[in-house]
Write a protein that binds this ligand. Sequence first.
Ligand SMILES: Nc1ncnc2c1ncn2[C@@H]1O[C@H](COP(=O)(O)OP(=O)(O)OP(=O)(O)O)[C@@H](O)[C@H]1O
Length: 266
Amino acid sequence: MQNINCHQDIITLEDVSFSYQSQTVHKGLNFSVKERDFIGLIGSNGAGKTTLLRMIVGLLKPESGTIRLFGQPVSQFKDWDRIGYVPQKNSFNPLFPATVREVVLSGLYSRNKLFRKITKADQKKCEDALHAMNIEDLAMKRIGELSGGQQQRVFLARALINNPSLLILDEPTVGIDSETQEGFFHMIKHMHQHHNITFLMVSHDMEMIRSYLGQQPAAESGKLKFYKKHSHDLQNCVENDLTHSLKELRQQMESRREVVTVGDLS
Ligand SMILES: Nc1ncnc2c1ncn2[C@@H]1O[C@H](COP(=O)(O)OP(=O)(O)OP(=O)(O)O)[C@@H](O)[C@H]1O
């Protein structure tokens, strides 16, 4: 049964243009992302994908046109807790002083609450996010000491800690080994199918994009292609708590791995 309430506009791009100095990157871009869409954004190197995501999260200002988040112009938008953003892989200076736990917890301090006190409930959310991404054992390590793939998981845990309504991921699996990559896609597909989460993901993984979002893009603009799948299936999740569900999923995946291991031995 179709739920008309799930067609709220989450991201609206209206005639958006952007240039760096003299280089025009976007010109007259129009697109909208609806609630429970999964959008895969594809484009060659330099096509402007990261620039577009940075405009959507308010880090860059369009030269002209309007971007709305949940119906509000980005410049007036305040509800940043509803958005999880994982930027393209960052490499950290090994001496960067924050621990993994601190980085994950920092996902709770939105732009207006930089110095908020950490409550017990915050600690619990942090533990859940660490557990969901299978990085509890790294919690006390300095972020700069981790491998690229481990750092990606930390940033995903940081993005998940608020149970966001919109997850924006910029090539989230770069530097992650193929087994973890597969687990990651399995996890985000589950999140899309069973929770009320909207996704915008930049990826070069055409196989994953096509297998989940279909062979043809829903829209194209310049060098960008927008692949799309819309989900109505929330029926399986009694629990609304995302981290609860991720924990369950992880357990399922772990037990499947055990079965494979046992099978290999026999
Ligand atoms: N800070 C900047 N100053 C000047 N030019 C920039 C800046 N950031 C990006 N560009 C240029 O803008 C264009 C778009 O860059 P962007 O990073 O958005 O592309 P992308 O599609 O994300 O590429 P990739 O797939 O390589 O990550 C590129 O030609 C890039 O060189």
